[in-house]
Design a protein around this ligand. Structure first.
Ligand code: ADP
Length: 420
């Protein structure tokens, strides 16, 4: 069984072809700048997808992008299959499933209509996800498509966790509530944790810390709370998203700048977080490097050599401090919400790769029973997974690399096996 996993954005399309007999990635790639000047496809193939080829050509829409992806997948030189018919099914990442989707589903007209209905909740992503789905339907008629929702895993949250304290009619009439995102990642990690701890009596906080970050509280494998909200803007400090702010900040800044609400929210989504506070970078590697430099020292930021300035060092230190504090507060809140904590898991770009930042987040959580093994923590990076808590730590702490594409492919396989 070969499953193609598609993650379509408004001007991009990411793909992975996975051989489900061994769950290995056969090829992957990214089409960028769809419909705008400079469109291109970067295709990775070969052993561990270590070889790559770039195609620069006009790509007008998602249908053309999909056509090109399929041509490349069967190409004599860089392709990995001999015929498109070898693809058994396609799994699509869909951002917002609203309250309609508590799990993945085979895409039919009713499913597409429901995804369309969720457009007001995911106005940037859901239309792009639909374009990806329709492009695959056109390019591979008869091949089943499956939708895997970023919000689905969090649908087990109780009312007390998902309702906002605003007039109930907005929930009743428009389903305005907390949904949560990165659900495919949280579900994958929850599944891995259940394998280690057992399905029952486990109270786990999952820290998905990447460019976008979210935490979830998971009891016996089920989500009971999560930090992102109606949109991915809520929660902890992120690369360019502010995370939690007093909504009155929106009014204040809009008035000061003469902006409307949409423009102000774009600033909260794209210019805030690590970038907004540090005024140096949205990338945690850069912010951390700068925060630990001495004035006058030559450091590398975003691939460029720069001389560290004291003012920027101070801003980066404050930014890292705000970042770790915002995460720590959620861990404490979730331990209280669950009435205990058995395990803490780190995943995604920052969580999987940076022992220093993990140690910062755990520092001060000793009262909850969190005690790291410094050597084990230092060693877990760049794909290495395992336990990083000390033998006598009451709370077990793990680093588990997330794999959203594999989770999507597994769902797709499960739902479509025998259907083609
Ligand atoms: P996305 O949210 O885009 O899916 P990822 O989970 O891939 O993000 O994480 C990407 C982010 O992880 C980068 O923006 C970078 O800030 C961070 N990151 C990656 N490696 C490291 C590292 N070694 N130290 C600190 N941060 C890292």
């Amino acid at each position: 069984m070969k499953i193609l996993v598609i993650n379509a954005g408004s001007s991009s399309l990411k793909y992975q072809l996975i051989d489900m007999t061994n769950e290995k990635v056969m090829a992957k790639g990214l089409v960028e700048r769809i419909g705008i000047a400079g469109s291109n496809l970067v295709h990775k193939y070969g052993v561990d997808c270590g070889s790559k080829k770039k195609y620069e050509q006009a790509i007008a829409n998602h249908t053309e992008a999909m056509k090109l992806v399929l041509e490349v997948l069967v190409d004599k030189e860089v392709g990995v299959i001999s015929d498109v018919h070898e693809i058994n099914a396609v799994g699509h990442r869909v951002l917002h499933g609203g309250m309609a989707f508590t799990q993945s589903c085979i895409i039919d007209d009713a499913c597409k209509a429901a995804i369309k209905k969720c457009i007001p909740l995911g106005p940037l992503h859901n239309p792009a996800n639909l374009m990806g789905i329709e492009a695959c339907e056109k390019a591979m008629p008869g091949v089943p498509n499956v939708a895997v929702f970023d919000t689905a895993f969090h649908q087990t949250m109780p009312e007390k966790a998902y309702l906002y304290g605003v007039p109930l009619k907005y929930f009743r009439e428009d389903e305005v509530r907390r949904y949560g995102f990165h659900g495919t990642s949280h579900r994958y990690i929850a599944g891995e944790v259940v394998k280690i701890l057992g399905a029952e009596h486990s109270k786990v906080v999952i820290c998905h810390l990447g460019n976008g970050s979210s935490l979830s509280a998971v009891v016996d494998g089920k989500c009971v709370d999560t930090s992102m909200g109606l949109t991915p803007l809520q929660g902890v400090l992120m690369g360019t998203r502010s995370g939690d702010v007093d909504p009155a900040v929106v009014e204040f800044i809009a008035n000061k700048e003469g902006w409307n609400v949409t423009r102000t929210l774009t600033m909260l989504n794209k210019k805030s977080g690590l970038l907004g506070l540090s005024e140096v970078s949205s990338d945690m590697r850069d912010v951390l490097t700068y925060s630990r430099a001495a004035a006058g020292e030559e450091i590398e930021i975003g691939g460029n050599k720069v001389i560290a300035e004291q003012e920027k060092i101070d801003k980066c230190k404050t930014t890292v401090d705000c970042w770790q504090y915002s995460i720590k507060k959620y861990i404490g809140a979730y331990a209280a919400a669950m009435g205990g904590l058995d395990a803490l898991v780190f995943t995604a770009g920052i969580g999987e790769n940076n022992p220093v930042l993990r140690a910062m987040v755990c520092d001060g959580l000793e009262f909850l029973g969190v005690k790291l093994d410094a050597a084990a923590n230092d060693e877990k990076k760049f794909g290495k997974e395992g336990e990083i808590s000390a033998a006598d730590s009451r709370v077990r702490v793990f680093v588990i690399p997330t794999n959203e594409e594999l989770a999507i492919a597994r769902d797709t396989l499960e739902l479509t096996a025998g259907k083609k």
